[in-house]
Design a protein around this ligand. Structure first.
Ligand SMILES: Cc1cc2nc3c(=O)[nH]c(=O)nc-3n(C[C@H](O)[C@H](O)[C@H](O)COP(=O)(O)OP(=O)(O)OC[C@H]3O[C@@H](n4cnc5c(N)ncnc54)[C@H](O)[C@@H]3O)c2cc1C
Length: 434
């Protein structure tokens, strides 16, 4: 009763926690501090002239019934169910993922043949400690070299041997391969190519607005339950007294008193010298006057001569994310500390050429192109990251949570799952990939 809880960050983690705590009837006072002027964090949506752009492809997919019950409770009837349609661009062609007989035909024969031979000697010896170890042990050297290595090195700006194995376990299993499709090692992948079994890989998406609709609805509930959300309020750190948390320092409102703080902004704000590094993403949101020939929801590009790593087509999530007869593209370029990429205008002409080259658009159909730099989109899992995380000393009453707060390469459903567990006193494993 009367306990003051401050939650830094109004992303999916902070909002789920605030929504549950304010709904619990425990009489706690809940304040959420958010530096932006709206909720959502990485699950935000930008709107211009009737075009809606999420931050890359955002969809809800979970096999956890508690999480799916919660998200359907928040969305109510305001959701649609869509089947997944993801692609990978390889050897000059769009190919569905997981690969099928049809989509592999046309891959260079030597790659296919050597990949087949890998079946017989792909098991790694010893401990798997890097991204490269993990992928080679699962798919063999040839598929690793042909796709995963280039994609990952282009994406992170790091050698695949300098990335912690968790980057592969969390990222590869989830982002490229759908859990419902058994393609999580070379043998299953080949089996799924040769004997494809129909699988339904559906996901949820709001029936109006973009992905941010979910967070808008959570924010409405929090306010209705008596919680407070302070937008445009940047948390700078925590205040302590006698080893216990006593408040959150903010840039705009001084110190907000707190008995307990849940922190979801980047952990590097609290521990600037601990070496936690994040990657930023440059998003180009492109509006097009006519529909293009893009049949995927999102597509991965591993080619090192292409600036972008992924393209998203909002119309294939829901038709009314663009005005009638129009189209759009969301282009993701990881910035990974390459200085020249922080000057988006200087990349524009090259980007348009590349998008034309992969037939993703016709330049003459471009209505507008907006760019945004989204900071801290991905934690960078270098080889020591676990050691650094476990050596942090936190004052009593402070919990690190969410994607950036706990340096966790997660998805929205994991953020929700963690917040539901915290608010109901359950334990939660962050190693969801295990
Ligand atoms: C390109 C991309 C595509 C993705 N696709 C999917 C997908 O398809 N499905 C899926 O489930 N997940 C997806 N994700 C992951 C998903 O976005 C995250 O897991 C989820 O949104 C994390 O929520 P969070 O609240 O933990 O973190 P965040 O969303 O990062 O929330 C942190 C909040 O803190 C705020 N903040 C930061 N600093 C401060 C400060 N100093 N003071 C106050 N507030 C601050 C931020 O503005 C933000 O609102 C994707 C992520 C990216 C980057």
């Amino acid at each position: 009763m009367g306990k003051k809880i401050v939650i830094a960050g109004a992303g999916v983690s902070g909002l789920t926690l605030a929504e549950r705590l304010t709904a619990s009837g425990d009489g706690v006072s809940v304040t959420v501090l958010e530096k932006e002027n709206c909720p959502g964090g990485l699950a935000r949506t930008f709107e211009r002239d009737g075009f809606l752009f999420d931050i890359g492809p955002h969809r809800f997919h979970t096999s956890d019934s508690v999480v799916s019950e919660y998200l359907l409770d928040i969305l109510g009837d305001d959701h649609i169910t869509i089947s997944r349609l993801s692609n990978v661009y390889m050897a000059g062609k769009y190919r569905s993922w997981p690969l099928t007989m049809k989509s592999v035909s046309g891959l260079p024969f030597p790659v296919l043949f050597r990949s087949f031979l890998d079946l017989f000697h792909r098991k790694a010896k010893g401990e798997l400690s890097t991204f490269a170890d993990y992928v080679i042990s699962k798919y063999g050297k040839n598929i690793y070299n042909y796709f995963f290595k280039d994609y990952t090195e282009k994406f992170t700006g790091r050698s695949a041997r300098e990335l912690h194995v968790d980057w592969a376990e969390a990222g590869v299993n989830r982002a490229v391969i759908d859990k419902n499709v058994k393609a999580d090692d070379l043998f299953s992948l080949l089996k799924s190519i040769l004997i494809p079994t129909p699988v339904s890989t559906n996901f949820y998406y709001p029936s109006y607005g973009g992905i941010q609709t979910f967070c808008d609805k959570q924010a409405e509930r929090i306010q209705k339950n008596g919680g407070r959300i302070m937008y445009g309020c940047r948390a700078l750190g925590v205040e302590t007294s006698g080893g216990k948390v006593s408040g959150v320092k903010t840039a705009e409102m001084g110190v907000i008193p707190a008995d307990h703080v849940y922190w979801s902004p980047p952990v590097s704000i609290l521990f600037p010298d601990a070496g936690f590094r994040f990657m930023d993403t440059l998003l180009w949101n492109i509006a097009l006057s006519k529909q293009q020939e893009n049949h995927y929801q999102w597509c991965y590009f591993s080619q090192k001569d292409t600036l972008f790593s992924r393209l998203t087509v909002p119309r294939n999530f829901r038709a009314d994310t663009v005005p009638s007869m129009a189209d759009s593209l969301i282009v993701e370029i990881t910035l990974n500390n390459q200085k020249e990429r922080y000057d988006p205008e200087s990349l524009k002409d090259r980007l348009i050429d590349e998008l034309e080259r992969v037939e993703a658009l016709r330049a003459s159909d471009i209505v507008f192109m907006d760019w945004r730099i989204i900071p801290e989109t991905y934690p960078l899992y270098d080889l020591d990251y676990r050691k650094r995380l476990s050596s942090l000393v936190l004052p009593e009453g402070l919990d690190l949570t969410g994607r950036c707060g706990s340096f966790w390469y997660n998805n929205m459903d994991h953020s929700i799952g963690e917040a539901l567990a915290i608010s109901s006193g359950r334990t939660f494993s962050k190693d969801f990939w295990k």
